[in-house]
Every structure is written in C-alpha cells, then in structure tokens.
Design a protein around this ligand. Structure first.
Ligand SMILES: NC(=O)c1ccc[n+]([C@@H]2O[C@H](COP(=O)([O-])OP(=O)(O)OC[C@H]3O[C@@H](n4cnc5c(N)ncnc54)[C@H](OP(=O)(O)O)[C@@H]3O)[C@@H](O)[C@H]2O)c1
Length: 329
C-alpha cells in the first residue's frame, strides 16, 4: 500500500512521522517545503505537487488548516483529486465543517475515489505519542482498510457513521473546548478581581466537576503567561466559526458559541493568533495588575482616586468609570 501525506504542520508532521516509525514509506507534500525536510530519506520522498503525489499512492492523508486549504490542494491548480486512481482512498483529517466534507465526498465519488473524514482530537503531545482519537465518517470497508494506519497515529478510533459524521463529532467537541476555555478565563478574571489569587483559584478549581479536565493542561501556560502553541488560537476561532456555519445550515441557535467565537477573534487582533488557544485568557485578564490602596477607595466610591491610579485592573477601571459616570448624573 503506497501512502501519501499532504499538510505537514504541527499535527501532520507528527502523524506522518508515526507512520514512518511503523515502517511505512511516504510520499509527502507541503506548501512550505522546509517543513518536510525531516521526513525525507529512506522512508520519505517529496513530491513537487499534490497532483504528482496523487499519481503514486493508494491512500492519501490530508491534514490541512481549513476548508479553503483543503479545497485548494484537492481541486485547485495541480490539485490531487483528478490524479488519484479510481479505487484510491482519500482520508481527510483536517478539521472542517460537515457540509464541506460531504461536498468533498461527492467530488471524490464522481472520480471513483473513496472518501473518509477522520478528524482528530488531541494536540501536539498526543500526536507525538500516537494517542490521537480519530472520529471517522466512512463506509465500513474503507475504515477497515485504513484502521492499521490510523492505529500508528492514534489509540482510539470511533466510527461515528457515514460521511461527514466524523467532522460533525469533531465540531461538537471543539465547540466545547472553545467555549470552555473562554468561560474559564472569564471566571478566573472575576475570581482575581474579587481578590482570590490565581494559585488559590487553580488549586481549588482543577479536579472539581465545575472545570473541564483539559484545563489542567493549560495551567502551566497561564501561570507563566507563555502560550507556546499546541493548538493555534486562530484554528480554534476557525472551528468556532465553522460550528456557527453548521448551526446556520441546520437551523440551530448557538448564542454562546457566537460570543466565544468573537472573543477568539479579538484575541487574534491582539496578536495571539498563532499562540495556543489558551491565550484567550489574556483577553479578559491581560492588563491586570495588583490592586493598590487607591483602588479600594475608588471601588468604595472615590472615582478621582481611581482615575489617578495607573495600576488599576481592567475590571477595576471599568467599575471606576461606572462610578464616575454615576457621579456626573
Ligand atoms: N494543533 C492541534 O492541536 C490540532 C488538534 C486537532 C486538530 N487540529 C486541526 O488539524 C489541522 C492542522 O492543524 P495544525 O495545528 O497542524 O496547523 P498548522 O501547523 O498551521 O498546519 C497547517 C497546514 O495546512 C497547510 N496550509 C494552510 N493553508 C494552506 C493553503 N492555502 N494551501 C496549502 N496548504 C495550506 C500548511 O502549510 P504551510 O506549512 O505551508 O503553512 C500546513 O501544512 C487544522 O484543521 C486544525 O484545526 C489541530
């Protein structure tokens, strides 16, 4: 079985490496060639284009940023879909929206190519350790063909149903991660605004039913205000957006998701796009400083003292401003 891999970013490069570790030789392509270098050698050759790659493989994995990237690489100039042989399998692991997956399935079927949507849960560390979860929308025989390959990269495979259902499940999960992270940041901002230290908040909250387990893995990043990327914030914003597109298509209302989505957009505007998505924390807590005594006065109704203090937290400044407006009435 000859395997192709297109999209060697944070996730794709690690997934492809794990296929190689199990002895599979790959033909690879990435828009930025330099990212492919460490996969090249006895088990890896670079192809000059997606089209040329497609002519050489039986199974093709894609792990690309978003639907536009997938469409461009599949159907654009030098795209692979017209060059896969009939009977070949295309496994799209990218996080896209279900209606897009179904359209790619139809484009594939027209060319007698079998399509599987198999997005993953698990970030860069899980990708390194081959502990990804695959959510698979596929015809059962196609899943059985690729199961040994998926098991090189992950340790759980869930057959969610027909085409688009893997992508649907992935979308539901990321909506929970995205809104959960944003809600946690806001709760922490309030806790700190009320005078609880970040340490007390983290120590008290983590492990309780009130907090999603994934947040424990974000503590170190938040403690050190170092949002080294695992899952890029801009791709979380993309996933939240695609969830709202799906909601529109299916007539579902998602007020919470829409608000959280805009929080991620604002965080992108503040320069956090390529940091980990936990950097949304900075949006609500970013400018916070220790509370000076003048702030206590201001919060007790002395807006002059508040305006004079450069050390007020964002929450305190907002409160002080409200006092000031009240006083002017
Ligand atoms: N990181 C995570 O924790 C995580 C977890 C689960 C799922 N995902 C999903 O997995 C996918 C990949 O994520 P990632 O974290 O690996 O992102 P990434 O590091 O930004 O990689 C994105 C990949 O897409 C390629 N790409 C982007 N736009 C393109 C275009 N217009 N034409 C051709 N190629 C294009 C990039 O090529 P270049 O190298 O040339 O930019 C790169 O190979 C995304 O859908 C993401 O939502 C990520």
């Amino acid at each position: 079985m000859k395997i192709g891999f297109i999209g060697l970013g944070i996730m794709g490069s690690r997934m492809a490496t794990n296929l190689q570790k199990h002895g599979y030789s790959l033909v690879v392509f990435n828009r930025t060639r330099s990212k492919a270098e460490r996969l090249l050698g006895p088990c890896g050759t670079f192809s000059d284009s997606p089209a040329k790659l497609a002519e050489q493989v039986d199974v093709l994995f894609t792990m690309l940023a978003h639907p536009d990237a997938v469409e461009q690489v599949a159907l654009g100039a030098d795209g692979f879909l017209n060059h896969l042989r009939p009977g070949a399998l295309w496994v799209d692991c990218s996080s896209v929206n279900p209606s897009f997956s179904k359209r790619m399935m139809a484009e594939s079927a027209r060319r007698q190519v079998h399509f599987v949507d198999a997005p993953v849960t698990g970030s860069a560390p899980a990708a390194v350790e081959a502990k990804l979860i695959f959510w698979v929308g596929a015809d059962p025989p196609d899943l059985e063909t690729i199961r040994p390959l998926l098991l090189c990269m992950g340790n759980k495979i869930v057959h969610t149903g027909g085409h688009g259902s893997g992508t649907s499940m992935k979308m539901v999960i990321n909506l929970l991660l995205g809104t959960g992270m944003a809600a946690f940041a806001e709760a922490m901002a309030l806790g700190e605004g009320l005078g609880l230290s970040s340490k007390v908040l983290f120590d008290s909250l983590l492990g309780t039913p009130a907090v999603a387990p994934f947040l424990a893995a974000k503590r170190d990043k938040i403690d050190h205000r170092n949002y080294e990327v695992e899952f890029p914030l801009r791709w979380m914003q993309k996933d939240m957006h695609l969830a709202t597109v799906s909601a529109y298509e299916t007539g579902v209302a998602m007020p919470l998701t829409n608000i959280a989505k805009e929080m991620y957009r604002l965080a992108m505007r503040d320069g956090h796009a390529t940091e980990d998505f936990s950097a949304v924390y900075e949006l609500v807590t970013g400018n916070d400083q220790p509370l000076p005594s003048s702030a206590s006065r201001s919060l007790a109704g002395d807006p002059k003292g508040a305006a004079a203090s450069a050390e007020l937290t964002r929450t305190e400044r907002t409160t002080a401003k409200m006092h000031e407006l009240e006083a002017r009435k």
